[in-house]
Design a protein around this ligand. Structure first.
Ligand SMILES: C=CC1=C(C)c2cc3[nH]c(cc4nc(cc5[nH]c(cc1n2)c(C)c5CCC(=O)O)C(CCC(=O)O)=C4C)c(C)c3C=C
Ligand SMILES: [Fe+2]
Length: 387
């Protein structure tokens, strides 16, 4: 069995703020592990002992080289091309010493079918979907956290709030074309990921599982089973971990896995957060840099990081690492920007209400004291729409 750690991101500036996301990295074992997706203790992050193995266990150590791959997002009922046809093995002992690049190829063992499950929030596709979408959202105990004794009120409360909120929410969705673009954007990201994996000779099928609207996580899992996937990578599309986002999706996934023999025996790994990964930091910095260069005096522009807010109790009482990860992420982006010769002023603010309307107010206040121009960077989810 070969253990390879994920390449660490850049060293954090302030170690005391760092939450070790590797505690959530579940091993991908070559032997059946009892309950590999065990995220029930997601909340007690401070005392978490989940995933004692912090390495990525890559199964059989043999040199496997995929020959070709076809890309298609995992929605059809057709099984993917038999991966057996795509691999040929070489048994040279000298190849036992691996580079990080070739390690990833070792994930692929003859007879395996690889899947990547992208987890996201989901959004109403039409205005009629808004109220039932809101119901699903508010019925989630990771969004509205009631004391255990009042849990029986979760659904009636969700019904009440969703009906009350729907008109305002509909207005918002109407203003961006009558529905959420999240599904289309996520599908496009899935296609792009599949192509990128193809480019690395990794034939994988990508699935999208939404938490509150179609395609629901349950639908994605059904497809994964139909396709006979044998190894699964679970990737929440939230760079920073929060109880209310990745935590909720992973908790649901855990409950689905727990009751299903196929899933329990399927090898899988979970990437709980990836805000510190070099590729993400560099990509964000490049986006910011491009925007800055559009201004006549780029160095005078303030960078305003606008992050989705979470209730303070999540952070202070439940140990949600979201705030710490967000701050570290902003630090890393700013460090990267400095390395590229740009030392702009920056601010990080959290949106406090769910309609995300506070950003312009905070921004306006900031600008009174500082500079004439600013760019806003939306944080907290890989794709997001400003209304
Ligand atoms: C009530 C609690 C909520 C918490 C906590 C929360 C955290 C949170 N949300 C996002 C990202 C998105 N949320 C979106 C919609 C949305 N979120 C809430 C509530 C909470 N979010 C509501 C009620 C809604 C519905 C829209 C509305 O009525 O305003 C969306 C948009 C989805 C879409 O339709 O495209 C995103 C994106 C993050 C990242 C986060 C915590 C880190
Ligand atoms: Fe939200």
């Amino acid at each position: 069995m070969l253990h390879v750690r994920l390449a660490p991101g850049p060293a954090p500036r302030n170690l005391s703020r760092r939450w070790d996301s590797s505690a959530y990295l579940h091993s991908w074992c070559s032997v059946p592990c009892p309950s590999r997706l065990s995220l029930s203790r997601t909340y007690s992050i401070k005392s978490s002992s989940i995933g004692s193995a912090t390495g990525l266990c890559l199964g059989q150590c043999c040199r496997i080289k995929p020959l070709s791959c076809k890309c298609k997002l995992g929605r059809s009922s057709q099984p993917p091309p038999d991966s057996r046809q795509h691999f040929s093995a070489s048994s040279s002992a000298s190849e036992a010493v691996l580079t990080a690049q070739s390690d990833i190829r070792k994930l692929f063992v003859a007879n395996e079918k690889i899947g990547v499950l992208l987890l996201n929030l989901g959004g109403p596709e039409t205005l009629d979907d808004v109220q039932p979408f809101l119901f699903n959202l508010f019925a989630d105990p990771d969004i509205i956290r009631l004391p255990r004794v009042f849990r029986f009120l979760q659904k009636p409360l969700a019904q009440f709030i969703s009906v009350a909120r729907a008109p305002k929410s509909k207005e918002g969705y109407a203003s961006i074309g009558g529905g959420s673009p999240l599904r289309q954007i996520t599908d496009a990201q899935g296609e792009a990921l599949m192509e990128a994996l193809c480019g690395k000779d990794i034939p994988a099928k990508v699935y999208v599982g939404m938490r509150y609207w179609h395609p629901f996580t349950e639908e994605a899992i059904e497809q994964i089973k139909k396709d006979g996937i044998t190894k699964l990578v679970v990737l929440p599309l939230y760079p920073q971990f929060s109880i209310s986002t990745s935590g909720s999706s992973l908790r649901l996934l855990e409950s689905i896995f727990r009751e299903d023999e196929y899933l329990v025996n399927m090898q899988h790994t979970v990437i709980p957060s990836w805000y510190q990964r070099e590729g993400y930091i560099k990509a964000m910095t490049t986006l910011i840099e491009k925007e800055l260069l559009k201004f006549p005096k780029p160095q005078k522009v303030m960078i305003f990081f606008s992050a989705h807010g979470v209730p303070l109790a999540y952070v202070e009482e439940a140990g949600d690492p979201y705030k710490a990860e967000m701050e570290e992420c902003v630090d890393l982006i700013m460090e990267e920007l400095e390395k590229r010769g740009m030392a702009n002023p920056c601010t990080l603010a959290y949106q406090v209400n769910t309609s995300h309307a506070d950003t312009p107010c905070i921004l306006r206040k900031q600008l009174q004291y500082s500079l004439a121009f600013a760019i806003t960077i939306q944080m907290g989810i890989l794709c997001s729409v400003h209304r």
